[in-house]
Write a new protein. Sequence first.
Length: 290
Amino acid sequence: MDVLARIERVLDRALALPDPGSTRLREAMRYSVLGGGKRLRPQLVYAAGLALGAEPETLDDAAAAVELIHVYSLVHDDLPAMDDDDLRRGRPTCHRAFDEATAILAGDALQALAFEIVAGPESQSAEEIAKRLVMTRLLARGIGTQGMAGGQAIDLEAVGHRLDLRHLQNMHRRKTGALIETSVLLGAAAAGEFTGSRVEALQRYGTAIGIAFQIQDDILDVTGTTADIGKVAGADAARDKPTYTSLLGLDGAKRAAEEQHALALESLRPLGAAGAELARLANFVVGRGH
């Protein structure tokens, strides 16, 4: 199955929005979501769900929802009140391509649409309703104060300060790692597995690659170019933000990423051959150049 092609079709369908209230709002939402990207989080949904025996169509809603949430977070993260970035995925950020108010509304609408999708249709079996409730709770926890929003708040407060490794990991496990871990768990939940050794293994895997992803981001901010990474290189250092590279040095950060990579691969042992795609994604996380 061509997962990336499937994701694009699912997202395009989700963003058709025949009655958006404002065509400009719909354009801003589609511009932000359909303008490229690694699609790591929806790939993780499919990889985890398929590893547990789910059919692809049962994973589509979770995959779409998590990517819509991710993009909403990027749109808001780029705003002048946050990081005030001009580039995202090699193109002008949403508030530059449209305007600040439209970008705020586009982010809000993407978040709302994500929860509408993960909640599912009005007519569902009791079993499906129970599954969707678990998925909704996972998504909410991953982006709230325990996850993405809490991590972003810590990040804003940490500018100009030096964090030790424990506090830095706490910040990034929330800000970046929580949604990556949530993606893996959403795949398991969509497959109908909520507890047990395989879910615990997937959670360990998600935690490890979530940390590894952020470490690699910090490395690329130092070693990458604006053209390669699709956003302004060196921005973290310019803002005096605490990063793995500023704390551990470039070589130390690379070793830390490899340690998390090894933990992720070790976590997949209970899945056997079924975890091959998850292993490939873990390799991608630490080997990517953008």
